[in-house]
Ligand binder design. Sequence first.
Ligand SMILES: Nc1ncnc2c1ncn2[C@@H]1O[C@H](COP(=O)(O)OP(=O)(O)OP(=O)(O)O)[C@@H](O)[C@H]1O
Ligand SMILES: [Mg+2]
Length: 509
Amino acid sequence: MSEFGKTVGEAYAVEGPAIELGLGVHEGKLDKAATVRLPLAMLTRHGLIAGATGTGKTRTMQLLAEQLSAAGVAVVVADMKGDVSGIAQPGETGGPAEKRAKELEQSFEPTGFPVEYLALGGIGPGVPVRATVSDFGAILLGKILEANETQEQSLSLVFRYADEKGLPVVDLADLRALLAFFDSEEGKEDLRGLGGVASATIGVLLRRLSQLEDGGGREFFGEPQFEIADLPRTAADGRGVISCLELPAVQDKPKLFSTILMWLLAELFEQLPEAGDLPQPKLVFFFDEAHLLFADATNAFLDSVVQTVRLIRSKGVGVFFITHNSQDLPAEVLGQLGNRIQHALRTFTPQDAKALKATISTFPTSEFYDLKDLLTLLGTGEAAVTILSESGVPTPVVHTRLRAPVARMAAADDVAGAAKASPLFAKYGNPLDRESAREILASRIERSVKPVPETEAEASEEPSAPRRRRAPRPVAVKDPLTDFLTSRQGKTMQREVIRGVFGMLRKRL
Ligand SMILES: Nc1ncnc2c1ncn2[C@@H]1O[C@H](COP(=O)(O)OP(=O)(O)OP(=O)(O)O)[C@@H](O)[C@H]1O
Ligand SMILES: [Mg+2]
């Protein structure tokens, strides 16, 4: 056995369950002794799949998802291009997958996996995933609205007001009604009561809201809200369900989909119970185009992401970020990704060369490779791998020829049909419209506007005018909310509200 085979074989040996990634390559030759494995117990230490376009990132994600499902671990996949949806169907024989299996001397057994197709707000085929604005919270909403720190804080105050007054902010129409209230005569005093929210800020938020309404927000925000418990599931045969979030239809809305992915992750964190160190995770979340999440992020947003990624481990959830260039992720996030599958990097521009250097600096030194050569010369479906061994030690970097997925490496035939046939479609297929802030505010303003009794003097001013009903003159009410809050309905809606990370509602209204 070669020195290389021996070193890799030992470093990647496992006692518990593991994902078989592939075989090591050294000096141009495949080494059968150098089996590269990823222990399932280490998946909650998170990971990174990076590399240039067309180098095999999506298929690597598919490979991991398939083996996780087979091991009974639930998976959530952000399917950017729709080309992961075929994971429900067996792979094709005679193609690149079978060829790769032969190279690695494995048998090729085409297999389909249990899949649930989801679509944000039902845009595109898939079971509609929706959330209430209130649950989403100020920080995440601020991210989609491209709010700066001040605007984000103002949103927080508006949400707190709604919480205190028991106003359910379900969809964007509710938020619009609330902001419009603060922008109006009736709401002036309450706006002052918010403490430090400028009316100009309310105006900016209202304008941004219009953009979001037309940019997918109208579809996404509302009820029924997606229940996070529908993600960590196993099929009847014990395999983990792969929830494919179909994103092609919202590809042009990067702020929307990347923030919603983060919302899903934060919901998992908020709602799953503490799990401690498990032999294998409950769920693994693949976050594609992860760099989009961090573009123009406020500090509060970044802090919340970092906190969620750090703490979600204890809930038995692993997160893999997928991006072209690892340097696109903030250092605080990158530093928490224990498992790294780095596909080839290209060096066409001086920036590329700089990124390559930076990537190499984050890798352990290698006794077998010149990392610069390695990272630029990796073939398609090959990667430089370094992960955490079962004992939590970073493993030596290995040029790995990855296994091929056994399910189809392309889009599924009928995503829409499969989604409609799912029991989840019955649960989430139709939007719901219950009484929320918009209706409550509307009726309140109506009630606060009392008709002024006609005096004789007024009547005699226009003796010749035809008899007509006068438009009621608005009468300012001291506290326009008191009425509502002392009503029976108002009281039942006032409950203790807890907001968690990202300012999300933890207790549902
Ligand atoms: N492990 C693998 N085994 C066999 N073939 C592979 C493997 N990985 C990738 N390929 C081949 O390479 C092609 C491109 O891979 P893939 O779509 O995963 O690239 P990508 O990095 O996701 O690209 P993009 O950045 O454009 O999304 C696949 O269609 C497949 O033919
Ligand atoms: Mg891809």
